[in-house]
Design a protein around this ligand. Sequence first.
Ligand SMILES: Nc1ncnc2c1ncn2[C@@H]1O[C@H](COP(=O)(O)OP(=O)(O)OP(=O)(O)O)[C@@H](O)[C@H]1O
Ligand SMILES: O=c1[nH]c(=O)c2[nH+]cn([C@@H]3O[C@H](COP(=O)(O)O)[C@@H](O)[C@H]3O)c2[nH]1
Ligand SMILES: NC(=O)CC[C@H](N)C(=O)O
Ligand SMILES: [Mg+2]
Length: 524
Amino acid sequence: MPNHETIVILDFGSQTTQLIARRVREAGVYCEIHPCTIAPEAVVEMNPTGLILSGGPMSVYDEGAPQVDPSLFEMTGEAGEPVPVLGICYGLQAMATALGGKVEASDRREFGHADLVGHAETPLFAGIPTHTRVWMSHGDHLTKVPEGFRAIAATDNAPLAAVAHESRPLFGVQFHPEVVHTDDGARLLQNFALAVCSARGDWTTESFIDEKIREIRETVGDHHVVLGLSGGVDSSVAAALLHKAIGDQLTCIFVDNGLLRAGEFEQVQTTFRDGFHIDLRAVDASELFLSRLADVADPEEKRKIIGAAFIDVFTEETHKLEEELGHRPKFLAQGTLYPDVIESVSFKGPSATIKSHHNVGGLPEKLGFELLEPFRELFKDEVREVGTELGVPDAIIRRHPFPGPGLAVRILGPITRADADLLRQADTIWLDELETSGTYDDVWQAFAVLLPVKSVGVMGDYRTYEQAVCLRAVTSTDGMTADWAKLPYEVLGRASNRIINEVRGINRVAYDVSSKPPATIEWE
Ligand SMILES: Nc1ncnc2c1ncn2[C@@H]1O[C@H](COP(=O)(O)OP(=O)(O)OP(=O)(O)O)[C@@H](O)[C@H]1O
Ligand SMILES: O=c1[nH]c(=O)c2[nH+]cn([C@@H]3O[C@H](COP(=O)(O)O)[C@@H](O)[C@H]3O)c2[nH]1
Ligand SMILES: NC(=O)CC[C@H](N)C(=O)O
Ligand SMILES: [Mg+2]
């Protein structure tokens, strides 16, 4: 239980529940998402500063549709003051149903922009222009407001675009303030958090770091912590934070699995040894990984082999460390982020397994570690802010995500060291071109893929018969969905030109124009 003010968000299955959390945190208030099926007593126990009910795909009047327990509207804070509640779309409809109002299917479903014309003077709408654009996505509407409620804003189509209780701090909006298409949505959620709930708004990067450092020191005591360092954003920032908290009680293990990007093995070591003086064990296990992967073409099999090899390397390094220290390291730190946590607790349930993300997930069980996950509450960009505050170099903070199985998920068919080298060269040129054209930060992730096809080309007067690479660049917010990046032709052209000219063994370059879904970001 965190010791700062918390707004609790109950998730009714909306696609945009995470965005509500983002907006509340941007207002400087900590918040947590819980499934709508959580026991009401558990919510009361969290002692929330405010409660938000999210949207959801169902209709409240459907059989089995999730409802909200009326006792949640009676919660009080320490001084006996009522705990404010904001219902959004389905959340509003569930609130209305629980309090005696009525919800029915509307003849006019509403998707997209609507003009909010006029709103009452309430703290929720403080500072918001009387005429503002909102974003709607609903087929049901309130046909009767519960007793004591009144309309506080309307659109042409929705006379009850927002409602409020006459005397209690209960609010509902039919539109979605959390999406960017609602012009003043962020302000509305900020108003709810700060003006309606009277939260202090003191959830900042600095306060997070101070609080975590205290917590880590308390938990760890004089034990030792091991961290798998990949040089990616999450594990790098975790290393910096832990190092600040417990200094030389931290050992990082960085494994070269033969599938890292060009120069990465050296670069990461330099950054962490010289920049942070962190105890870093860099293990060149490329031979082990590549030999076990020889002749393996099936992507899932590759992932399993890589996962197991990571465990073997970790086991061996931990034994060495134990001998040196004279005692067993007790904790394993991981860069688990909030979206991973939400996915496993979401009302929608965990998503189907499309591919087994390798991670070092099997480690704690096998090696008997306790887990330390300092970023369980954070989103990626919050981790980036923490990293910046801790002095982690910009070159690491800005990095695109890089999967643990590395180039293995980008070499189709069996992997050889020669192919990995070929791909590394093409990948380096591609990222270099994105950097020099100033487009690297506009895309969420970019990389090259080595295809298992050869085709005929002509270079000079010679016939070539060589491999093809496909370039990928996507825009995304969380990797769950993605679109291919509409990069300028000149950037694509220059990258293609350089790859074909500079990388011996590649005579053709393609650009992937598929979105996710139905494709995925990686090829494998
Ligand atoms: N080469 C490696 N050596 C040691 N540990 C690794 C390696 N690759 C991955 N890991 C471990 O697996 C975890 C999960 O990898 P993941 O790619 O999700 O996170 P990351 O690399 O820290 O950040 P990013 O998502 O920005 O790449 C890492 O945090 C790290 O602990
Ligand atoms: O840490 C990781 N371990 C993995 O095993 C793994 N597989 C894919 N990815 C990354 O996840 C995001 C979504 O990828 P896909 O659309 O290909 O599933 C993309 O950002 C991928 O790079 C992984 N990350
Ligand atoms: N976006 C939502 O929360 C939709 C709620 C409900 N299913 C409706 O259509 O009105
Ligand atoms: Mg990574």
